[in-house]
Ligand binder design. Structure first.
Ligand SMILES: [Zn+2]
Length: 190
């Protein structure tokens, strides 16, 4: 698997006061990833060695504004070699496989190969115990189908909607033109 960190360049590393415990043990680190075909992404992480406070934020420096990205995953190559950069403000979902990562707390930004994302959603479903009847049947079916998708045996559609434009799907080399990119209108209710 390709290692995206080879495109990284550290910008700064400073120590500051922690917003939670007020000790001057907050390490703030900014790294710019120059991702081929897509542009530059600033990843800022904060980490307090005293209280364990953590925060991660992503800014897509070449963002063109609110965007919906759609990619049809067809095989194991897509699973292994597609990279996902998802900002905390983005909704990431698959309409046909049936999972959603809703926009949420700031800590949910992530940079991962699609494979890592699939392991994550399967892990969530496996941890969701105690369901009964139809809900339990749906859960078990999802785990089965998501595992097939992880192994490249089932195609599915991956969508990211990001009002900030700070998310990226980077398909495997040679498959870039299969990525559908739509500009979104900015709405009042977000
Ligand atoms: Zn702290």
């Amino acid at each position: 698997m390709e290692d995206i960190s080879s495109y990284a360049e550290e910008l700064y590393e400073v120590t500051d006061e922690c917003p939670v415990c007020r000790n001057r043990t907050l390490s703030i680190r900014g790294v710019v990833y120059n991702v081929p075909y897509f542009g530059r992404v600033l990843l800022e992480t904060m980490n307090c060695s005293t209280c364990g406070f953590r925060y991660m934020n992503i800014t897509y420096l070449d963002s063109k504004g609110p965007v919906r990205l759609t990619y049809r995953v067809t095989d194991r190559v897509d699973v292994e070699r597609t990279w996902i950069i998802r900002s905390a403000e983005a909704r990431l979902y698959s309409p046909d496989l049936g999972f959603t990562l809703a926009p949420g707390s700031a800590g949910e930004a992530l940079i991962t190969p699609l494979e890592g994302l699939m392991y994550r959603v399967i892990y969530y479903a496996e941890a969701m115990r105690g369901l009964e009847g139809e809900a339990e049947e749906r859960r078990l079916r999802f785990i089965r189908e998501a595992t097939e998708a992880l192994n490249g045996l089932r195609g599915f559609t991956l969508v990211i909607e990001d009002p900030t434009g700070n998310s990226i799907i980077r398909p495997p080399p040679g498959r870039e033109d299969r990525l559908k990119e739509e500009r979104l209108e900015v709405t009042q209710d977000g």
